[in-house]
Design a binder for this molecule. Structure first.
Ligand code: ZN
Length: 297
């Protein structure tokens, strides 16, 4: 069942069941902005029907990042007339590189998308970009007619191509913020992510933070997610420092790090930090680092 929640006048969260996805809808006078399009033609059509129950305006689309649930419904919106698809250049590149692989995640709910057969199963990467690649903060403004949305990046965090979408005092934050589950670390840059969360929480104009999955949250939730992530990273660093001391040993299992996450999430975080530690000098990211990992959404 699709739920439409009007958060502010003309600003909506559109929630669909699969993956507990939240899309966004922002109404101007000339056109409307849709944030994230679902995992394929089925979910995309649900989101489009919800949008059309609210407005007949021409549509502009934003993809918050290049994880399958957030962009694989784009073709539905292209057929509905959308021409501008916004995202980071890095988001478009990741989609071009990994979309065929992403199809393997969606077969249960989106069999046509998984098989690349049928209407609206084409991959439609963003064709309008924020400045830069997603690795540094950046900003763009999309005019909707007597209202605009600000698209901004806080640097590498949940992925290397995250975009937030702010209008009035509402901000759609993609998977930068998680509600009801641990952060998804598979493609993440945890140190940058903790910083990005602090910076997001510092943006005083915003009061309602709409995560990519789960319920809208307040500023305190964003700060708490930042605090937990910093705590986790500090514990890993302390363990590494202890292991480097003469006679030192590091914890053997993920649970021995006492990280504030489920064992599965803690394991992914540890693996991710280890991989980034072994990475080439800053700025040179091995191609493998941006490869999609199972279960990331
Ligand atoms: Zn994601």
């Amino acid at each position: 069942m699709t739920r439409i929640n009007e958060l502010r006048d003309g600003v909506f969260a559109v929630s669909t069941d699969n993956w507990r996805l939240n899309s966004g809808l922002v109404l101007g006078t000339r056109r409307a902005l849709v944030v994230d399009t679902g995992a394929g033609p089925r979910q995309g059509a649900e989101i489009l029907a919800a949008v059309r129950s609210v407005t007949p305006l021409p549509l502009v689309v934003v993809n918050t990042h290049a994880h399958h649930v957030h962009y694989m419904g784009n073709a539905v919106f292209r057929r509905a007339g959308a021409e501008e698809f916004w995202g980071h250049r890095g988001c478009a590149e990741a989609i071009r590189a990994h979309a065929d692989y992403h199809r393997s995640y969606v077969g249960t709910h989106e069999p046509e998308m998984a098989a690349a057969e049928g209407p609206d199963t084409a991959v439609v990467p963003p064709n309008r970009h924020l400045p830069g690649t997603g690795r540094r903060p950046a900003l763009a403004r999309v005019d909707l007619g007597e209202r605009s949305a600000v698209l901004f990046s806080l640097g590498r965090a949940h992925t290397d191509n995250d975009v937030c979408v702010g209008t009035d005092d509402v901000v759609f934050v993609g998977d930068l913020v998680e509600q009801g589950t641990d952060p998804q670390f598979e493609d993440s840059f945890p140190r940058g992510w903790a910083e990005a969360l602090d910076r997001l929480a510092d943006l005083e104009r915003y009061r309602v933070f709409v995560p990519g999955h789960g319920r809208p949250v307040e500023r305190g939730h964003v700060r708490e997610q930042a605090r937990l992530m910093r705590t986790a990273i500090e514990r890993v660093d302390a363990s590494e420092a202890a292991a480097a001391a003469p006679g030192g040993m590091r914890p053997v299992t993920a649970s021995m790090f006492r990280l504030p996450y489920t064992p599965g999430s803690a394991r992914v975080l540890l693996d991710r930090l280890e991989r980034i530690r072994s990475e080439a000098p800053a700025g040179a990211v091995p191609a493998a680092l941006s490869a999609p990992q199972p279960s990331a959404d």
